[in-house]
Design a protein around this ligand. Structure first.
Ligand SMILES: Nc1nc2c(ncn2[C@@H]2O[C@H](COP(=O)(O)OP(=O)(O)OP(=O)(O)O)[C@@H](O)[C@H]2O)c(=O)[nH]1
Ligand SMILES: [Zn+2]
Length: 339
């Protein structure tokens, strides 16, 4: 037995003038808007004002999306969309979460802290159209918190950095400035960094199971079910995603450019507009490295991330082209057989 969902208003679910502007007044009652609260194998749990249903699964819809019940099934235009290249077999683009205002990029003041990974998460968040905030957990367990904060703060002048003990009441206060009524926030980070602990701190109750990520789904199979939107007291939404070990970027050139705005700006001074900053004469980027103004490691990390993004973007496009061509062949063969 599942307990019925609490009665919520559209505003508490994160409804926003941006979405209202996409439908006319009649549609509000004829095809009522619902938000995707949970994505699991057997379907999408959606909730609206005075209603909650499970719709069939749809790979084009993700947690945080708004749908119109009885509509064409397509999500309303999104304010933001977090996507990555899926790990494992199909390697397609995977939609992680939609309509997130702030991404709390979460890591810990310990060996989990990794600047390359942080830059990667920041690029993903910028590309998605979200505002990233870096949250460093386990500050209570480290003597070098200031050092971690300084290293995180050096990554981008656009990104605030917080250090917290996720288990202490003060953690909620630290995150609240980004959690106004009607806002949607999400936690991204590897397993064990304290995402569930922070969610519980925001909710004021045990909403997520900490330290336990596997549950049985309806078919008795083991799955990571946590891709879930929680409406918490205070009237804001928190999206919880499973820890992501592999976070491959695709189509994220814009986001990478925002994280590495320093390099992009320097590149404007290179003699050639298509300078790769390798051995070209008049390269302002390498000149900055030589002058000690740019960390060569950062340049190397940018190079790797940009190359990976370009590779994934091209590879996915190529697979789609092949799949399309293959589909055509199959259809042609089926037609030939029928004749
Ligand atoms: N001392 C201390 N312990 C923490 C802190 N944050 C998290 N923990 C502990 O670290 C463990 C993992 O925390 P979770 O909140 O489950 O981590 P998670 O990021 O949700 O992990 P996944 O569910 O695997 O993605 C738990 O035992 C927490 O109690 C912190 O700031 N300080
Ligand atoms: Zn250059």
């Amino acid at each position: 037995m599942t307990t019925p969902p609490p009665a919520l208003t559209l505003a508490q679910l994160g409804w926003h003038p941006f979405f209202a502007a996409q439908i006319d007044a009649d549609a509000l009652t004829e095809t009522p808007p619902v938000r995707v609260m949970r994505v699991h194998r057997s379907g999408l749990d959606v909730q609206g004002e005075g209603r909650a249903e499970t719709l069939p699964p749809d790979a084009e819809v993700t947690v945080g999306d708004w749908l119109l019940l009885g509509g064409d099934g397509r999500p309303l235009e999104r304010r933001s969309l977090i996507r990555r290249r899926a790990p494992g077999r199909d390697r397609e683009v995977q939609l992680v979460a939609a309509n997130v205002d702030t991404v709390f990029v979460t890591t810990s003041c310990n060996a989990d802290f990794n600047v390359a990974r942080l830059e990667r998460y920041l690029a993903l968040a910028f590309e998605a159209g979200c505002d990233p905030v870096i949250v460093l957990t386990k500050a209570d367990l480290s003597d070098e918190v200031d050092d971690y904060v300084a290293r995180a703060a050096a990554l981008s002048p656009l990104v605030p950095v917080l250090a917290v003990n996720a288990k202490a009441a003060a953690a909620r206060e630290a995150l609240m400035p980004w959690c106004g009524p009607g806002r949607t926030v999400a936690f991204l980070g590897t397993s064990g960094v304290g995402k569930s602990t922070l969610l519980n701190a925001l909710a004021g109750v045990e909403t997520a199971a900490t330290g336990a990520i596997r549950e049985d789904d309806a078919r008795g199979r083991h799955t990571t079910t946590r891709r879930e939107l929680h409406v918490v007291p205070g009237g804001f939404c928190v999206i919880d995603t499973p820890g992501m070990r592999e976070l491959q970027l695709t189509d994220a050139a814009g986001g990478i450019g925002e994280v590495f705005a320093d390099i992009a700006e320097l590149a404007g001074g290179c003699r050639f507009s298509d300078c790769a900053h390798l051995s070209e004469p008049g390269c302002a980027v390498r000149a900055a490295v030589a002058a000690g103004d740019l960390d060569p490691d950062r340049l190397e990390r940018w190079r790797k991330l940009a190359a990976e993004d370009a590779h994934n973007t091209a590879d996915i496009a190529e697979r789609r082209r092949r799949d399309k061509a293959f589909g055509k062949k199959v259809r042609a063969a089926t037609r030939a057989k029928r004749r």
